[in-house]
Design a binder for this molecule. Structure first.
Ligand code: FDA
Ligand code: NAP
Length: 450
């Protein structure tokens, strides 16, 4: 665990994925460029070291956004933390340009993130899981000038409290399993894929299956087929076939910074239209290249004869029975509603993610956070949870704001701008607070000298 003092931070960040890394950079650039007092910040991450979806860092997988949608460029095109600065520092700028590709591999983007992290690493405490946010003990939330953040050392279980006037909750997506199905050493969610896969002996994986028709499912199916040349690989698709992710230019505008305003200030009907027409830019869809790779492998098997890649379409998993090393999957076909059994050595659920929900961390503070008619948290345009007026500390969300800010909420597309907006909000509110204190002090002096 890093050592942090007893000061009251302006911001404590919970989780240190790309979102809070981008915020740390925005605050660093504020510190470097402004003569004003720096914003003090500390970040807590439960992983032992920086890592961005490490269990899905499969060979040849590529980014789903342009390299220019990095941690900083859209906010500050001359930032020293942009992807181009990283390429320059790595001595690969010319080679990258020669490749004429907007979409780096996920491996390379991970290296970029690690490179950026190395400049702000002194503000991050790894192996540190935040377990709750609350007002100081014995203080009512309405009187709280700061919040206490309880941090657990993952290795030892020891806890300590950190103080902050604002927190940013950036805890990332939550893996989703079909109801009633438990994960274990042979039943995995895609978010733990490489870790679990690497624990197995390849020779013991004679039959594997992957559930889902999204990007994770297609990438894992391709990886298993290529890595296990002896294995039968079954793709369990809820759809008739994989559908392509729409990243054509007009549709891609839903990820523009301006689309956030249109979504946020738009009517309910406008927001609904974003999802109805453009869900296929991101959810349950696959990059064209990966679809074609898989189809090519399947067709080559037809030409060659001898099949080991199976696509079971219009099929969902009903249940899984586990006993020792045996795993039996019960598959329901939507075509005839019949149930078929499949025995596998490993089963991967690439069944997507849920949005993060801050309530668990907020505990009693959640009472002060206002909700809309559908029971969802109300969130300001500056990503701050709307609270009843007596709670003056700021709780900001990076992620979990699809209902208010739209499709970019869980993605990288807008993190540079979003982090800048959160940093601006923290700074603006600090100035307003200080002006208010000065005004009160002046009134007091005037009263005393009257
Ligand atoms: P992220 O999940 O990256 O980080 C959250 C961090 O918080 C984690 O490190 C976690 O350990 C930590 N944490 C959670 N709870 C904590 C607690 N209580 N205390 C301390 N730490 C805690 N999007 C995109 O735009 N382009 C892309 O190419 C991709 N590619 C992609 C690949 C894969 C495999 C997935 C699953 C997702 C993507 N995404 C994506 C979407 C993805 O959400 C996005 O890339 C970022 O991970 C979002 O960054 P965050 O920092 O918000 O979350
Ligand atoms: P996803 O897009 O939500 O896809 C989940 C899939 O699982 C859907 O096809 C879903 O079908 C299916 N499913 C859910 N429950 C099922 C069940 N019981 N039986 C059968 N199928 C079921 O999730 P994802 O593929 O993990 O992608 C999540 C995010 O990560 C996306 O933003 C994606 O772009 C990103 N990602 C990026 C990369 C990369 O950058 N290279 C790699 C992987 C993921 P329904 O449609 O019927 O619900």
């Amino acid at each position: 665990m890093g050592t942090f003092g007893h000061e009251i931070y302006d911001v404590v960040g919970i989780g240190f994925g790309p979102s809070n890394l981008s915020l740390a950079i925005a605050l660093e650039e504020h510190r470097a460029n402004e003569s004003a007092r720096p914003v003090t910040a500390a970040f807590f991450e439960r992983q032992p070291a920086f890592g961005w979806h490490r269990n899905m860092l499969l060979p040849s997988t590529t980014m789903q956004i342009s390299f220019l949608k990095d941690l900083a460029t859209f906010r500050n095109p001359v930032s020293r933390f942009g992807f181009i600065s990283y390429l320059h520092a790595s001595g690969r700028l010319a080679q990258f340009v020669n490749a004429q590709d907007f979409f780096p591999t996920r491996q390379e983007f991970h290296q970029y993130l690690e490179w950026a992290e190395s400049s702000v690493t002194d503000r991050v405490s790894y192996g540190s899981a935040v377990t709750s946010i609350r007002p100081p003990q014995g203080t009512a939330a309405r009187d709280a000038k700061h919040l206490e953040i309880e941090v657990e050392d993952v290795a030892s279980g020891a806890t300590r409290l950190v103080k902050a006037r604002n927190v940013t909750v950036s805890t990332g997506l939550v893996p989703r399993m079909p109801q009633g199905i438990e994960r274990d050493e042979r039943v995995w969610h895609s978010s733990e894929f490489l870790e679990k896969f690497n624990r197995m002996h390849a020779a013991g994986l004679g039959s594997v299956a992957v559930v889902g028709a999204g990007q994770s499912a297609a990438e894992i199916t391709r990886f298993l087929y290529d890595t296990l040349p002896h294995a039968r690989v079954s793709a369990i698709l809820p759809a008739y076939g994989y559908s392509v992710a729409d990243d054509t230019p007009f549709a891609n505008q839903v990820f523009d910074p301006g689309a956030v305003d249109e979504y946020y200030f738009g009517t309910d009907r406008a927001r609904e239209a974003f999802w109805r027409y453009h869900r296929n830019t991101n959810y349950s869809v696959v990059d064209d290249e990966v679809i074609r790779d898989l189809y090519r492998r399947s067709y080559e098997e037809e030409v060659r004869g001898g099949r080991r890649l199976y696509f079971r379409n219009l099929t969902r998993v009903d249940q899984v029975k586990r006993s020792g090393d045996e795993t039996r999957v019960f598959l329901r076909s939507l075509l005839d509603d019949g149930v078929r059994e499949l025995d596998v050595d490993a089963l991967v659920f690439a069944t997507g993610y849920d949005s993060p929900e801050p309530s668990g961390l907020l505990g009693d503070l959640d009472r002060y956070c206002l909700r809309d008619e559908a029971g969802r948290h109300r969130v300001g345009r500056d990503y701050r949870l709307v609270t009843s007026p007596e709670l003056s500390c700021g709780i900001y969300l990076q992620g979990g704001t699809e209902h208010t800010h739209g499709l970019t909420s869980s993605l990288l597309s807008n993190i540079a701008i979003r982090s800048g907006e959160i940093a601006d909000s923290v700074i603006r509110r600090r100035v307003e607070h200080e002006l208010e204190l000065e005004r009160k002090a002046a009134l007091e002096v005037a009263r005393e000298t009257r």
